[in-house]
Design a protein around this ligand. Structure first.
Ligand SMILES: [Zn+2]
Length: 596
């Protein structure tokens, strides 16, 4: 506390003597735990590159933050930089015009829509805080205990229950450390931890918001049924066990498994005297897609009344950079960067958690966006439901019915339904001659996924960012034997692509994959389709010109641009021009010359 006061006094003093060119930016935050990290690591790194801007990290006590910040903002005395709570608290500040719209801030392109969701308007069009970090749910386990009992890390629901049975039978450890007294623990570490594997992450969450699903549907009842199975493994008196009791039981080595939030990592590292490991929530059946709660927790925004808007934006652009992500995430293992540039974590337990992003689909807690805006709040109702089911006071069905009744009392679905099967006129264009099935199922919209640069979503993202396009189209994987551009049932632009086909066709070559995808995006941005006044050849030429331009903007070579059409037939077809014409179109786009 003394350090904090001294810091604030000295910064006021510095400002009184600072020259006209230097600006001091004050950061409002509830993270008083992070004072040392800011003052010793983050601020020096920023100031070294920006000598004209001084940063003062001035946190408030966590419990007082929201009240203090709101009154300071109302009085016009708040700091320049505002640390943002996720979802409605910050949205309210933005709606009151107290936070600046940062949608076009340089660096914002480093974050996926899922990462930005916590600080964006409901329609996703405006973003008002730079995402800093998320927390990931999963299970931390006592490695010594697993080794001693010969238990392998469980991957499926069945293996998970078998492991718990085995630990219980041995009777050395409480199988799992979780209590129901604080209620939120059962909801957050239990329900929100395992639930995404059943409601399929973002698909289920969006279906709930769009009114397409109800909390009484099987996908939402199933996690409650699984939670009910936990009762037998929580140890005596779990009904009276608080959150800190659970933490202690685990770190003292009395329990073998701890349903966790990654924020526990630092504390557990400092307290546990045994080896720890972690595993993601087990999937219902072997081979199922896994989903993880990768929940945005902290962001930073800009006070609309700050007198240093330009300096503040410079700072926020730095917060959006990979450099900041690396220092921050490695200083606070368990608070993971939301930056799409992956950060290598030096803490092994933190690295284990973050590695799940590579194999599982991310989602946010189902109750946090939109659904807890009315009364009763779905979040609070879910605390009671999860605890009641584990305590045996309600059956999973009863709890689900009560949740749906509580939500249904005030909530009106807000988003139009998305189709899950394409229409018969599935593709308006395709990359080459291909017979596209008349109707096909497609996967989730990858525009909302995390994307490493080499993956197909990563390539699409790179094309969008390079060309400065607003990502106002969806892109879905689908078994169609090609890639194509189309319009969905609501006439919104979409790309469908067959992942296996693209891998086979390109033999894994990056530029061929990029070429195919850029070509299809070229059809979309040129508005191709019936009624555009063009014939199919003209459309193909325009799409190839766009392909060439994309590669030039990415700073690829002209040969790399031409690779995009290098495997297309030498002779033309009914719909596609011969290869030499396509290559010439690519070159034209690459060079930025106008043929007409
Ligand atoms: Zn085409």
């Amino acid at each position: 506390m003394r350090i904090l006061v001294t810091g604030m006094v000295s910064s006021l003093f510095m400002c009184a003597v600072c020259n006209a060119n230097a600006a001091t930016l004050t950061i409002e935050s509830w993270r008083s735990d992070d004072v040392d990290i800011w003052r010793e690591k983050l601020i020096p790194a920023f100031e070294a590159k920006n000598p004209d801007i001084k940063i003062d990290f001035a946190p408030t006590r966590p419990a007082e933050y929201t009240t203090t910040l709101n009154s300071k903002l109302d009085a016009g005395s708040a700091g320049d930089i505002i640390t943002c709570r996720p979802f409605d608290a910050s949205l309210e500040l933005f709606n009151k015009k107290q936070l600046v719209d940062l949608t076009s801030l340089s660096g914002m392109e480093n974050f996926s829509p899922v990462a930005k969701a916590a600080w964006s308007t409901d329609d996703g069009k405006s973003t008002f805080c730079v995402p800093m970090a998320s927390v990931i749910h999963g299970f931390i386990y006592n490695k010594d205990a697993f080794d001693r009992l010969g238990i392998a890390v469980p991957k499926t629901e069945e293996e998970f229950i078998s492991a718990l049975v085995r630990i219980k039978a041995d009777d050395t450890y409480i199988p799992m450390a979780m209590g129901t007294k604080d209620q939120w623990e059962a909801a957050t570490m239990g329900y929100q931890n395992i639930g995404p594997n059943y409601w399929k992450g973002e698909d289920g969450r969006e279906a709930l918001i769009s009114g397409k699903q109800k909390l009484t549907d099987a996908d939402w009842v199933k996690p409650l049924e699984e939670l009910a199975k936990w009762t037998a493994f929580l140890g005596n008196g779990f009904e009276y066990q608080t959150y800190s009791d659970s933490q202690n039981l685990f770190t003292l080595g009395r329990a073998a498994i701890y349903p966790a939030g990654s924020w526990e990592i630092s504390l557990f590292n400092s307290q546990a005297q045994f080896k720890m490991g972690a595993f993601p929530p087990p999937v219902p059946k072997a081979g199922d897609t896994c989903y993880i709660s990768d929940h945005p927790d902290i962001g930073v925004g800009l006070n609309a009344k700050s007198t240093h808007q330009e300096e503040a934006k410079k700072f926020l652009t730095w917060v959006a950079s990979p450099e900041f992500a690396d220092i921050y995430a490695n200083s606070l293992p368990g608070f993971f960067s939301l930056n799409s540039n992956p950060v290598k974590m030096s803490d092994p337990l933190a690295q284990e958690f973050v590695s799940w992003r590579e194999m599982c689909k991310p989602t946010i807690r189902s109750t946090y966006q939109i659904l807890s805006r009315g009364t009763p709040s779905l979040e609070t109702e879910t605390w009671a439901a999860a605890a009641n089911v584990i305590n045996g006071k309600q059956t999973p069905e009863e709890a689900a019915a009560k949740l749906q009744a509580a939500l249904g009392g005030w909530f009106k679905p807000v988003i139009v339904q998305q189709p899950s099967t394409a229409r018969s006129s599935a593709c308006l264009t395709s990359f080459g001659e291909a017979s596209v099935p008349s109707a096909f199922a497609f996967g989730p919209n990858v525009m909302k996924s995390y994307a490493d640069n080499a993956s197909i979503p990563g390539i699409i993202r790179r094309i969008v960012l390079t060309t400065g396009l607003a990502p106002r189209f969806a892109a879905y994987p689908a078994k169609i034997g090609t890639a194509c551009a189309s319009r969905d049932a609501d006439l919104q632009p979409v790309i469908y692509y067959d992942e296996d086909w693209l891998k086979d066709y390109s033999k894994g070559d990056y530029w061929i994959q990029l070429g195919v995808l850029a070509h299809e995006i070229g059809h979309l941005v040129n508005g191709h389709g019936t009624g555009d006044g063009l014939n199919q050849y003209q459309r193909e030429i325009e799409a190839d010109v766009f392909l060439g331009r994309v590669v030039a903007l990415i700073s690829g070579t002209i040969q790399e641009a031409e690779l995009g059409v290098s495997l297309q037939p030498e002779e033309g077809t009914a719909t596609h021009p011969p290869r030499f014409v396509r290559r010439a179109s690519v070159d034209q786009g690459y060079r930025g010359t106008n043929q007409q």
